[in-house]
Unconditional design. Structure first.
Lengths: 307, 611
């Protein structure tokens, strides 16, 4: 019974906090550009607006288009449940490990890419092709990051990963590699740009172009959750949280606030990167992710050497 | 004295029974499928011939995996190759069939030649062809000879399995056969080569040099990547699937190669675990590749074309075939909770577990291998988004696709059975692993009674001590529950019904199928990223009416077939030149021929006493 509470609590955490993280990044970006910008709560307004809006479905589309938002949301939330969020507890450890996490996220992406092709729009095909291109190049780098962190924790288990404390050179390099991967996976500059609807630059936005109303809200929610998953993983690698020693209230409050604080740090770094670099050409993404791959190898070497 | 007569003809040990069941799991639905598939496609006499060949083909494969004697093995192996040759050239109306058949029969016989050489060497030590006798004799075989036998076996079986660079025949031969035969060839026949490697290298020869495993691993990785990259460029649906067979044979061999590596390092638990991963992927690939070829056959039957650029929108015309293809595509792309996911996860785990145990640079080697496997699965997912999306989604691109209809019951039944198996083999993973553990235990001669690979019948656990688990049934449940939760939210919040309208066309009046993304466009980023290997080139041609007016313009883009151009064509050229040179001794003069005979007799008289 206890377990179900934890599962629900974790779901609520993700659904509630994930859009805020996006709002925060936008806020920091706008502050850096010396703009007033939108409110930090804007993603919530957007979601509630989408929930009230009318839904338009292309008459070319099949059931794949209609089913995809639920598959995307379901798989992303399922991945979110595998992550150790509340310091010491992974509610669904029996479900899978770090490697399974990669494949679960791939399930949602697969359906979204199919849905993009389903409407027969050139934009959809463009987004779908680019998304699969980027994600397939992400895969080896991500695998090496998982490899290097599991060399440290001794297994691919997420519970063991959550219990690792202390930072080594290997974890910082792995965190850097995962940061590059996260930029690619969460549609951020320099790989993709969330703020524009220009066909030359779009990836994620092109894929979901035909969605509107509630299905779009579900997909957007899934994208926020996915982003939080990646940021949590980076935070756990680079700023690990130790197990509470005494279990006193003060300690729990301290660790919990550090827990959320480190997410803010990752978000701030993403914002700084986004305002300071330019979007790169699609075919240079291969070099970008190749760099992440090399970082993954270096992280693995460091982990093997034990530093 | 030659000791040719076998003591034992057939052997039904766990490994043989496992392969027998794989053969029959795919043969049964393929046979059911062929009832309707053959009807209307061929004349009644040819249909009878097809059934006859199918039965002999299946029986010969069954005999290959149960033979207990190397001579019998070679005989049934040859029957299998010949029957499959006749099936490749079954569509004699197509020129392509004859060409594909020729490439196939030459390559398969080159492979068999290497096998015969290996068996001859083994015979020198055993003085018998019985497997058990050879196994005994191999213990006293010198290391150099073992290495040579291993290489001969690897080339021989590698040709049949389609390991790069010996894969050249596979993308020609498999698609050219009737579809139910393609499913058998890709699903099962190439697996008999894996059987050969496991039987002869691991079981009979015994692995004691670690470079054997490393060599197999490297070849397997090359096969994985080359197979999937070529598949991405391919727009013939069945050829695309054939290239994926090259890729998946690579994944299977990763498991087998790892097992060989760990046996030589004396790590029994890991050896058993890796071989389980390999065998699991083997049966999974048989299921989903069989399924995908049957689906491709349905598409071909319904539309008359295999070119996916001419298809599209079939999900509305053929909803069931589309669903089965989707299941197959998800399974081959290793998406949870289907069977392909489980075996790829197991293979990755085998790499990781190995890396935790071995020392130093080998750790990095295994890690990099694992990451390249991850790249392969990412590319495979991209390829199947292309294959499914372009074939089944959006608007039909030609009249072939517009007039398509759902295929008859027996074809759907065959596909349904395999699709169901793809789901079952995903969900019952923990239970199936227990069976596979017994098989691998008997092959490797390792005692498995103290090894545990699962927590219970639902949860896999290769690293029980470290708390690593995977539970596909629970994962499926969680995915469905969360998806339904999304659906409930969707239903509860909806006030208005969805409106059906045209796809947004930027104000351009009426989008049609010409505006859709094509398979070529879809794979363009990959063509550019892998251009160092694919060497793409363009052909443009302008037809001018006058200097000022271009009447028509053709534009083609191709990739260079690297292996054919740089390995096989020079090789074939060499053979032809050698043959032309040798022709000088055959000038047509009867006197010269008599002189040859005389010289031969003379030589025999001189050298005969030496034997």
């Amino acid at each position: 019974m206890n377990k179900i509470y934890f599962i629900l609590l974790q779901l609520v955490f993700f659904m509630a906090a994930a859009p805020l993280l996006s709002g925060l990044i936008t806020k920091i970006k706008n502050s850096l550009r010396l703009r007033k910008g939108q409110s930090i709560w804007q993603p919530y307004y957007n979601l509630s607006k989408l929930f009230l809006k009318e839904e338009v479905v292309s008459d070319t589309a099949s059931w794949i288009f209609q089913a995809a938002p639920f598959v995307v949301l379901g798989s992303t939330l399922c991945a979110a449940l595998l992550i150790p969020v509340f310091i010491f507890y992974t509610p669904l450890n029996y479900l899978g490990d770090l490697l399974a996490l990669i494949f679960i996220l791939a399930l949602g992406r697969f359906f979204l890419a199919l849905a993009a092709l389903d409407t027969g729009s050139s934009f959809g095909g463009l987004g779908s092709s680019r998304e699969m291109f980027i994600s397939s190049l992400v895969e080896p780098a991500l695998c090496l990051v998982v490899f290097s962190i599991s060399l440290r924790s001794g297994s691919t288990s997420l519970a063991a990963f959550g219990a690792v404390s202390g930072v080594q050179a290997s974890s910082i390099i792995a965190g850097a590699a995962l940061f590059l991967i996260a930029l690619a996976e969460t549609a951020r500059i320099p790989v993709d740009n969330q703020e524009t609807h220009l066909e030359l630059t779009m990836v994620h936005e092109a894929m979901v172009l035909e969605y509107s109303g509630r299905p779009l809200a579900l997909i957007e929610m899934a994208a926020y959750v996915k982003q939080t998953i990646f940021f949590l993983l980076i935070a756990q690698i680079v700023f690990p949280v130790g197990l509470p020693v005494s279990g006193s209230l003060a300690e729990i409050v301290f660790w919990s606030s550090w827990y959320l604080g480190r997410l803010v740090i990752v978000a701030a770094i993403v914002a700084v990167v986004e305002v300071s670099v330019a979007k790169m050409r699609l075919f240079r993404v291969a070099d970008f992710l190749g760099f992440a791959f090399v970082l993954g190898i270096i992280a693995s070497i460091c982990a093997i050497l034990g530093v | 004295m030659l000791n040719l007569f076998p003591k034992q003809f057939f052997l039904f040990d766990p490994l043989a029974v496992f392969f027998l069941s794989v053969i029959f799991i795919v043969s049964l639905p393929s046979a059911v499928y062929s009832f309707s598939y053959l009807k209307g496609e061929y004349s009644p006499a040819k249909i009878i011939l097809a059934w006859f060949l199918l039965i002999i083909f299946v029986l010969s494969m069954a005999a290959v995996v149960t033979a207990a004697n190397a001579l019998i093995f070679l005989i049934v192996w040859e029957i299998m190759s010949l029957v499959s040759y006749f099936l490749v050239v079954f569509d004699t109306a197509h020129d392509k069939s004859i060409q594909a058949g020729a490439i196939y029969i030459i390559m398969t016989h080159i492979g068999t030649a290497f096998l015969i050489a290996a068996f001859m060497i083994m015979y020198q030590y055993a003085q018998a062809f019985d497997f058990l006798a050879i196994k005994e004799a191999c213990r006293s075989m010198p290391l150099q000879v073992r290495n040579i036998v291993f290489l001969l076996l690897l080339i021989g079986f590698g040709t049949k399995a389609g390991i790069v660079p010996l894969h050249i025949w596979l993308p020609y031969a498999h698609p050219q056969a009737p579809s139910h035969i393609s499913s058998l060839m890709s699903g099962v026949m190439i697996k008999t080569a894996i059987y050969g490697i496991i039987r002869f290298v691991i079981f009979i020869l015994g692995v004691n040099s670690s470079w054997w495993g490393i060599l197999v691993l490297i070849l397997a990785l090359i096969s994985c990547l080359v197979g999937v990259i070529y598949a991405l460029m391919e727009h013939d649906l069945k050829k695309l699937l054939a290239y994926h067979s090259v890729e998946n044979i690579g994944i299977i061999l990763l498991g087998v190669g790892l097992a060989m590596f760990f046996i030589s390092l004396n790590l029994p638990y890991l050896a058993v675990f890796s071989l389980i991963a390999g065998l699991y992927h083997l049966v999974n690939h048989a299921i989903f590749k069989g399924l995908l070829f049957l689906c491709a056959g349905s598409v071909y039957k319904a539309t008359g074309t295999r070119d996916i650029e001419k298809l599209g929108g079939l999900i509305k015309k053929m909803p069931q075939t589309a669903l089965y293809f989707l299941i197959g595509a998800m399974a081959i792309s290793a998406l949870p909770p289907l069977n392909g996911f489980v075996s790829e996860w197991l293979t990755l785990q085998a790499f990781f577990l190995g890396a935790f145990q071995v020392a130093g640079g080998t750790k990095l080697f295994l890690g990099v291998c694992a990451s390249l496997l991850a790249l392969t699965s990412g590319l495979a997912a991209a390829c199947f988004v292309k294959a499914f999306g372009v074939t089944f989604l959006a608007l039909p691109r030609s009249n072939y696709a517009r007039s398509a209809q759902e295929v008859p019951l027996s074809m759907r039944a065959g596909m349904f059975f395999l699709a169901l198996l793809a789901v079952i083999f995903g969900l019952l993973a923990a239970w199936i692993i227990k069976l596979l553990a017994k098989i691998t235990g008997s092959v490797t001669g390792i005692d498995i009674s103290s090894m545990k690979f699962s927590l219970n019948n639902f949860i896999l656990s290769p690293q029980a001590g470290q708390g690593v688990y995977l539970s596909t049934p629970w994962l499926a449940l969680a995915l469905i529950a969360l998806g339904i939760a999304g659906l409930v939210v969707y239903r509860l919040t909806g006030r208005k019904k969805a409106v059906m309208l045209n796809t947004w066309d930027c104000g351009y009046y009426k989008l049609n199928a010409r505006n859709e993304y094509t398979a070529t466009a879809f794979s363009k980023p990959f063509r550019i990223a892998f251009s160092f290997f694919l060497l793409p080139y363009r052909k443009t041609q302008k037809v001018r009416e006058s200097f000022y007016h271009v009447k028509s313009f053709t534009y083609e883009t191709h990739t260079t077939p690297v292996f054919r151009k740089y390995i096989y064509q020079p090789l074939v050229g060499l053979v032809i030149r050698a043959a032309k040179f040798m022709r000088r001794i055959q000038p047509g003069s009867i006197h010269l021929y008599l002189a040859y005979i005389f010289a031969t007799v003379l030589l025999l008289i001189i050298f005969m006493p030496k034997f």
